[in-house]
Design a protein around this ligand. Structure first.
Ligand SMILES: Nc1ncnc2c1ncn2[C@@H]1O[C@H](COP(=O)(O)OP(=O)(O)OP(=O)(O)O)[C@@H](O)[C@H]1O
Ligand SMILES: [Mg+2]
Length: 251
């Protein structure tokens, strides 16, 4: 089966003034893949996410999402791309279900479909009971679930997550990651997520990129089901990734 590139960065560079944040970064993500971006703080991971969602435009090279330039073709990508961040960005004056409805309202979904759809996604992230609670009444893990439900409810092709699981305790984060990866695979979404935890990447991703600073690919590797079933192999991959993150002139 031919793999369709949903997302392409082709020798992309980005400077902030004199400072080079992204240096000729090339990377392709195929439809249906879950891809992890790892790298030290300041490597440029969030900048890459900004380039992919179109909030940052590149100085050189080309960014393509579903064949479009996200920094220019906003209209064409409306509803195709959802984002969720470390800070959950929920609206405190809205209840849980109303927060999930937000994206659907912005995209002008038919009014009678908005509430049922929001409730459906709250159920999928196991938050059905909390639909009428306000943000301050939710735990951090619950907020992240609301944020993910909101991102998924608009049925996007591509999900971009920046440290969405990292503020949670280990167990909560693990459960949420597992649930999320299952949903992404079940609904054939494509996902790029940033994490600073190697284990998160190993658990969820089909492919892992370790970025060097300024953002460029230091290591790319693919994970198969066979790798995951082999603890020795996973230990070895963990070591390779740790070495790649640790390597560099600033070490
Ligand atoms: N708007 C901006 N103006 C100037 N410099 C910026 C801007 N945004 C990012 N940078 C710089 O670019 C580099 C990459 O930042 P970025 O936020 O992409 O890193 P990151 O890999 O996401 O780090 P972290 O893991 O800490 O979130 C940093 O050195 C940062 O200071
Ligand atoms: Mg960041």
């Amino acid at each position: 089966m031919a793999e369709t590139a949903l997302l392409e960065l082709d020798k992309v560079s980005k400077r902030f003034g004199e400072f080079v944040a992204v240096d000729r970064l090339s990377m392709t993500v195929h439809q249906g893949e879950i891809v992890a971006l790892l790298g030290r703080t300041g490597a440029g991971k969030s900048t890459v996410m900004g380039l992919l969602m179109g909030s940052i435009s590149c100085d050189e090279g080309a960014v393509r999402v579903a064949g479009k330039d996200p920094s220019k073709d906003f209209q064409d990508l409306r509803g195709k791309l959802s984002v969720s961040f470390q800070t959950d960005r929920l609206l405190p004056w809205r209840t849980t279900v109303e927060n999930v409805e937000l994206g659907l309202q912005i995209l002008n979904f038919p009014k009678d479909q908005i509430r049922p759809k929001a409730l459906e996604w709250l159920r999928r992230v196991n938050l059905h009971d909390a639909q009428d609670k306000y943000v301050h009444e939710l735990s951090g893990g619950m907020r992240q679930r609301v944020s993910l439900a909101r991102a998924l409810a608009v049925d996007p092709e591509l999900l971009l997550l920046d440290e969405s699981f990292s503020q949670l305790d280990h167990v909560t984060s693990q459960v949420l990651r597992r649930d999320f990866a299952q949903i992404v695979r079940q609904y054939h979404k494509t996902c790029v997520f940033v994490t600073h935890r190697i284990d998160d990447a190993l658990e969820m991703a089909d492919r892992i990129f370790v970025l060097a600073a300024p953002a460029s690919v230091r290591l790319e590797l693919r994970l198969s089901a066979a790798d995951r079933a082999d603890p020795e192999r996973m230990k070895q991959i963990h070591g390779e990734i740790a070495a790649a993150i640790g390597a560099g002139p600033d070490e």
